[in-house]
Design a binder for this molecule. Sequence first.
Ligand SMILES: NC(=O)c1ccc[n+]([C@@H]2O[C@H](COP(=O)([O-])OP(=O)(O)OC[C@H]3O[C@@H](n4cnc5c(N)ncnc54)[C@H](OP(=O)(O)O)[C@@H]3O)[C@@H](O)[C@H]2O)c1
Length: 234
Amino acid sequence: MTLGKIALISGASRGIGAATAQTLFEAGWAVSLGMRAPVMPDWAQTYPERVHLFVYDAADVEAPCLWARTVMARFGAIDAVIASAGIMIPQTPVDISNDDMAKMLDINVQAPRRLAAACWAALGASGHGRIILLGSLSGKRVKSARAGSYAVSKFAAIGLAHALRHAGFDQGIRCTAVCPGFVATDMAMSITDRDAQMMTQPEDLARVIQMLIELPNEASVAEFTVNCQLEESF
Ligand SMILES: NC(=O)c1ccc[n+]([C@@H]2O[C@H](COP(=O)([O-])OP(=O)(O)OC[C@H]3O[C@@H](n4cnc5c(N)ncnc54)[C@H](OP(=O)(O)O)[C@@H]3O)[C@@H](O)[C@H]2O)c1
């Protein structure tokens, strides 16, 4: 059991973020859950003192600094940031509107950058700060035109993860881009009619994320790909 470690998790209301929050909580972490409409999860009832809710809209540029300050005041440290809030607008780069492209880049790239920056000093002070950015296999290859605009944002998110890894390495901060294929959440369900049981389960991805953030500084993982189907390289 990991005692005394504190993680901030964006997109904690649903999907991968919610599964990660529960997994880390059950492993002994204190978790601060960023949600647009915060609700205390059922699983938190056992140790409510280890769960903190924060109203987080990823589009709000002021929110990350307030979130980091609030968590420091409540727990006194930040050891990990899991940036899971994300959106997928299924449009080709030719058809997508300028506003929708800007929105996807803001939520999928700028928002995790702002969150990491706001938590930077605390992550450095931890000596073993961890950042997980939810990239995607769509940030490694483009499989369809319709997923193309999303892929642009995820290629950028993975680039951001590598840039943060360089920026924080000397301070013990380790950043990993976690790159799944289809995960059985609302997002995947909205774009494919494949059977949810044939997709990666969010709980399994959460176990991967727990493992990544608990590895020592000397076992740094820059990218971690996870797939539910056979592809040539991933
Ligand atoms: N599912 C997949 O197949 C898959 C594959 C590869 C990568 N990913 C990535 O994994 C991450 C999590 O995806 P998911 O599958 O868990 O998606 P999901 O089930 O659709 O959940 C998306 C989460 O992001 C939050 N969110 C969206 N816009 C937000 C905003 N403006 N401010 C705050 N929170 C916001 C949602 O909050 P609300 O409840 O308030 O809407 C929700 O908690 C995303 O970055 C996604 O791109 C997913």
